[in-house]
Design a protein around this ligand. Structure first.
Ligand SMILES: [Zn+2]
Length: 222
């Protein structure tokens, strides 16, 4: 144990606490000996290491990306490690890596977002056409949005909006969002009839909705 913060108070036992930033706090009785404290820390070494690692992962999951090499980014539900290359002129996905031109390192966020937007247009728009054909409904317009929280929406004027971040999610979750918004063409609310219709079009929609809920927090940090 390299370092920890010792907080003495009128308590009876020694307790070890891992803070969100990974710092270790030791709460101890006023007269607890240094030896007793160190002994407990040594005994709990494995527990401390494991909990710090879990905390680190948790914090990383909820923090905004920094766009540095080694960070992972989602594309179609799979993780790709960000790296930079001298020999590239545009963004490429290859062997588990998302590769950006080295010259773009300082504006990696913009370059990556631009690439995601292009992919969103390329993948989502034909998907709406295809799924709409299957469902027998067609929106008047499709728009790729940059909403801060919503995956998609449908306006009464006939515009179906889809968040560009949907290219980060697995295709099945993507299709759930599209079916959800297409269902609003027929039913504007979230009544039982609405969910029955969604289930008719995509039987496993609950699984997809749960995935989006779980991963949404991280994805919307971008
Ligand atoms: Zn809805």
């Amino acid at each position: 144990m390299d370092s920890y913060r010792l907080i003495r108070s009128r308590r009876k036992t020694i307790a070890i606490e891992i803070r969100p930033d990974g710092e270790v706090w030791v709460r101890a009785p006023l007269h607890a000996s240094k030896a007793a404290i160190e002994a407990l820390i040594a005994q709990k070494e494995a527990w401390i290491t494991q909990n710090r690692e879990e905390m680190r992962q948790l914090m990383q999951a909820e923090l905004p990306p920094r766009f540095v090499a080694g960070e992972s980014f989602l594309y179609l539900g799979k993780e790709y490690t960000l790296t930079f290359s001298k020999s590239l002129e545009s963004v490429k996905i290859r062997h588990g890596f998302v590769i950006l031109p080295e010259n773009d390192q300082s504006r990696a966020r913009d370059v990556l977002m631009e690439w995601y937007l292009t992919e969103a247009r390329r993948i989502l728009i034909p998907m709406v056409d295809r799924l709409g054909l299957r469902a027998g409904v067609k929106p008047a317009r499709i728009r790729i949005s940059n909403a801060r929280k919503r995956w998609g929406s449908y306006s009464s004027s006939g515009t179906l909006s889809l968040n560009w971040r949907l290219v980060m999610v697995p295709p099945a979750a993507m299709s759930y969002v599209i079916f959800h918004e297409l269902a609003h063409i027929l039913i504007p609310n979230h009544s039982r009839a609405f969910w029955n219709l969604v289930a008719l079009w995509q039987a496993d929609y609950r699984v997809q909705r749960a995935w989006l809920k779980k991963m949404g927090k991280k994805i919307f940090q971008f």
